[in-house]
Design a protein around this ligand. Structure first.
Ligand code: AMP
Length: 283
């Protein structure tokens, strides 16, 4: 497995692969890998000839009060894990490679970035779309794989790819969970033992809500209220949002019906740690 740090070198290697007729898959990550990330590589491996994983803790997607400086990093462990599932190349650029000064350009997707996580993290998605756009240009993938764990991110990236006419197939892969239901996340390591024990309440609340909707409940506010009650039964839990939205527009739904692609989305703070989770209903 190769490790590349320079954008120019990465770009040249990608060009070579394209000239050889190879199909390139990109799996963008911020490292500190877990089985969720590795599941994306496994999908990539099945669909492409050359699998590139980027490992880059992108500073521009963190707010000023957020955890950029203490975001967990373990590059050597990441290399072993990435190689174990058949990654061909790790692209791990430095900040100066990615954002050579003065760097004045941003990619902004409207509307779908203003709701849910975008409401409490106003600059987050702009950082994500800018860095993903740069990664697309450098790695030149035919396909890129993202996780359903970050449901809004997947919607935003699909929008960007359609709107900017990127010739890249976006694949969204299911959420990988711990045995007790907690969605895997690099941030789970911030949790204290008690918080970790309580964290699966997110999954339980979502599953209960999904079952209730599938059982015929059509009032979103009743379901949201029940999710809120379940979540706040846990110590140190503060809700950022609990929303039932259309899976594509991310706008709130008035009435729950089977014709719609419905997304149940939650974000909470458990102590100081922000956790997100979601469930899709009907599709
Ligand atoms: P991150 O390193 O958190 O930026 O995540 C990199 C990619 O892995 C994103 O597309 C995430 O949606 C995806 N991902 C993170 N956690 C999971 C998970 N538990 N299951 C599936 N995909 C995940």
């Amino acid at each position: 497995m190769m490790v590349i740090r320079s954008c120019a070198e990465m770009s040249a290697l990608a060009e070579q692969q394209r000239l050889q007729g190879n199909k390139i898959a990109l799996v963008p990550t911020m490292g500190y890998l877990h089985a969720g990330h590795l599941s994306l590589v496994k999908v990539a491996r099945q669909k492409a000839d050359w699998v590139v994983m980027s490992i880059y803790v992108n500073p521009t997607q963190f707010g000023p009060q957020e955890d950029f400086a203490r975001y967990p990093r373990d590059f050597d462990r990441d290399l072993q894990l990435a190689e174990s599932v058949g990654t061909d190349l790790i692209f791990a650029p430095t900040d100066i490679e990615m954002y050579p000064p003065p760097h004045l350009t941003q990619v902004v997707v409207d509307k779908v970035t203003a709701v849910l996580c975008g409401a409490s993290r106003p600059t987050h998605f702009q950082g994500v779309t800018t860095v993903v756009s740069m990664l697309f240009n450098i790695v030149k993938p035919h396909i890129a794989i993202f996780g359903q764990k970050d449901a809004q991110q997947a919607v935003v990236i699909r929008r960007m790819v359609a709107d900017l006419h990127y010739d890249i197939q976006i694949i969204v892969s299911p959420i990988v969970r711990e045995p007790d239901g907690l969605a895997m996340s690099s941030r789970n390591r911030y949790l204290t033992a008690t918080q970790r024990k309580n964290a699966p309440v997110l999954y339980r609340a979502l599953q209960k809500a999904k079952a209730r909707i599938e059982g015929g409940e059509n009032d979103p506010s009743a379901v949201q209220e029940e999710i809120r009650r379940t979540l706040t039964s846990v110590d140190e839990m503060r809700i950022d949002y609990v929303q039932i939205v259309d899976g594509e527009t991310l706008q709130p739904v008035e009435k729950l019906d089977k014709e719609q692609n419905i997304l149940l989305a939650v974000a909470v703070f458990l102590g100081n740690t922000r956790l997100i989770d979601n469930a899709i209903v009907y599709t």
